[in-house]
Design a protein around this ligand. Structure first.
Ligand SMILES: NC(=O)c1ccc[n+]([C@@H]2O[C@H](COP(=O)([O-])OP(=O)(O)OC[C@H]3O[C@@H](n4cnc5c(N)ncnc54)[C@H](O)[C@@H]3O)[C@@H](O)[C@H]2O)c1
Length: 277
């Protein structure tokens, strides 16, 4: 007797073969994800295409059109930026291809969110650099979520924005201790501080109802790493998540853990036999 019948076949694609994954954006997240897929190290999934600002290639490196890339793929991973998501994302889901989004901050634009949600391709939001979204989604779906507060602590210089006048910039750069800069809805924070947009909107999406989420940005000259503290109050429990990611080596504005989160999601979507869900 053999146990070969227990071997897990990769059956996630429409054709029954490996899940075919196209990567949109070949930067600090997209490059390691594409490399892992191309090397065959991701069970049940294979690289289908890479779309970057330099053009679109299939897995063999041949130039193809974006439309051809959508025909080759079961899943697109967007790791390119909010504008690129707005330009290409609707075409991906309209072609019936699933879309895993990294630039979640773009969903502060309700029209874009509706377009991406409209299918027929499915919309997946990456957990990216944030933890605890599974528990937030559970209490939100269960109807017991009362309130979430997400506090983001950053070095003052990283919070300077184009919309600030000279006095606001000077005050921000001169703070000597932890100082609240802005408090509001996740959409307001995402619009005012685009670098905090993904975290604020990811929590809002997990909560389902953005009205239950308050986001606060603090300038903190003492913090060596950006810190996100997510406090959840629900009728089934209270939770506190603190996330302090080390920056990516390739892009100091991103976190090194994010490609791992994307590859974890791809393996789950590809039909991993045992997973946490
Ligand atoms: N959800 C999360 O937790 C999380 C965490 C980190 C980053 N992100 C988001 O992921 C996105 C990518 O981050 P990154 O660190 O890899 O950025 P990056 O700057 O390292 O890479 C972006 C890539 O997109 C490509 N690109 C730019 N314009 C393009 C276009 N018109 N068509 C195709 N490709 C284009 C660039 O050439 C580059 O290769 C950003 O929007 C970032 O905010 C999300």
């Amino acid at each position: 007797m053999t146990l070969t019948h227990l071997r897990h076949p990769a059956t996630a694609s429409a054709q029954g073969g490996p899940l075919r994954v196209a990567v949109l954006g070949h930067g600090s997240i997209g490059r390691p994800v594409a490399d892992a897929l191309k090397s065959g190290n991701v069970d049940g999934a294979a690289l289908a295409a890479v779309v970057d600002s330099h053009g679109t290639q299939d897995a063999a490196g041949e130039s193809i059109t974006f439309a051809q890339a959508t025909e080759l793929a079961d899943l697109f991973v967007e790791a390119a930026g909010q504008n690129v998501l707005a330009e290409f994302g609707p075409r991906v889901v309209a072609a019936g291809v699933d879309l895993l989004v990294l630039s979640i901050g773009a969903l502060a634009d309700e029209r874009l969110h509706e377009q991406l949600f409209g299918g027929p391709g499915r919309l997946y939001l990456s957990t990216g650099a944030i933890g605890g979204l599974d528990l937030i989604r559970a209490v939100a779906d269960g109807g017991t979520l009362d309130k979430i507060c997400i506090e983001t602590y950053k070095q003052p210089r990283t919070l300077v924005q184009d919309w600030m006048d000279d006095q606001q910039r000077a005050e921000l750069l001169e703070v000597t201790g932890r100082t609240e800069v802005l408090r509001g809805t996740p959409q307001r924070i995402a619009t005012a501080f685009p670098k905090s947009a993904n975290v604020a909107m990811a929590v809002a999406m997990a909560a389902g109802d953005p009205a239950k989420v308050e986001a606060v940005v603090f300038a903190d000259p003492e913090c060596s790493l950006t810190s996100n503290e997510i406090t959840v109050q629900s009728r089934t429990g209270s939770y506190l998540f603190q996330i302090r990611n080390l920056p990516s080596r390739d892009n100091p504005a991103s976190s090194g853990v994010v490609p791992f989160a994307v590859l974890r999601a791809i393996q789950d979507l590809a039909g991993r036999r045992e997973t946490l869900i």
